[in-house]
Unconditional design. Structure first.
Length: 271
């Protein structure tokens, strides 16, 4: 007898979407679960101060010089282009305010977040990933020690504390870099700093620094989540490290958009 070939099951045209959607919801759910569990330990005061201070040094000192150089030259490039255009239109008095506002609201906090995600977020994923694949995390659970309390909470608190500090120092570096470049372009330092004082407000500076706090939260959460879900040995650690940087950078830009949108709405309501 000749067997009849069965018809292959037809796949729905939207079935390829289910995989990425389920991965996204799983990723988001794990982040929320990690955040809530960490918040529970913080509310109860179960915080390792020594581990938090050690992580503050890792995040702050390790990322500071990179953030200073990156934001400093970003401010210099911004002033290089804007000073030429402003001089052409006779608006050189706006140079300091334009560059200062851009640095305070966007360039300093966002670039600092990207630097910390690349430097510290990847380190968190690599460190926790190595501990996961070598079963050190399982050993902590065996000793009735919560990995979230011992490993995650200090990293989250340290990143949230150090992000505004690193961003503020990087912002100052960007301003001085912009001042030097604007002077080379024909705008005197006196005019540059007077424009900065007239246009940039304390609210602008605070808005940029406040942004860095959720940035730090997301960087640490994503780095720790990627590390704690690592599998497949050294190859998995490499993937976790790479994905921590990619997802952290994406989260920073998405969060920055929504925070800026809310801030603009609040500003328009006050007016």
């Amino acid at each position: 007898m000749v067997k009849k070939k069965g018809m292959a099951p037809r796949r729905s045209p939207i079935s390829p979407l289910f995989g990425p959607l389920s991965d996204f919801f799983l990723f988001f759910g794990q982040l929320v679960s990690l955040f809530l569990e960490g918040l529970w330990f913080v509310v109860r005061g179960r915080i390792s101060v020594r581990a938090t201070i050690r992580q503050m040094g890792e995040v702050g000192v390790g990322s500071l010089m990179v953030a200073i150089i990156t934001v400093g030259f970003s401010g210099a490039v911004l002033a290089l282009y804007s000073s030429v255009q402003l001089l052409q239109f006779g608006q050189a008095a706006l140079a300091g305010g334009l560059v200062g506002k851009s640095l305070a609201l966007e360039i300093a906090p966002v670039i600092t977040g990207i630097v910390v995600a690349a430097r510290s977020g990847s380190a968190m994923a690599a460190e926790l990933g190595s501990m996961t694949v070598t079963e050190q995390v399982d050993a902590l659970k065996t000793m009735a020690t919560s990995p979230v309390q011992y490993l995650v909470v200090p990293r989250i608190l340290a990143t949230m504390i150090m992000m505004p500090i690193v961003a503020s120092i990087a912002n100052v570096a960007g301003l001085y870099g912009a001042s030097v470049t604007a002077n080379l372009g024909g705008i005197s330092p006196t005019l540059f700093w007077r424009s900065f004082q007239d246009i940039v407000t304390i609210g602008d500076q605070l808005q940029g620094l406040i942004k860095t706090i959720p940035f730090g939260l997301l960087i640490a959460l994503i780095g720790c989540r990627q590390g704690l879900t690592t599998s497949n040995g050294a190859q998995g650690v490499g993937r976790a490290t790479t994905s921590a940087v990619v997802f952290g950078s994406m989260a920073i830009y998405i969060t920055d958009f929504f925070i800026s949108l809310i801030a603009q709405d609040l500003t328009s309501l006050r007016r």
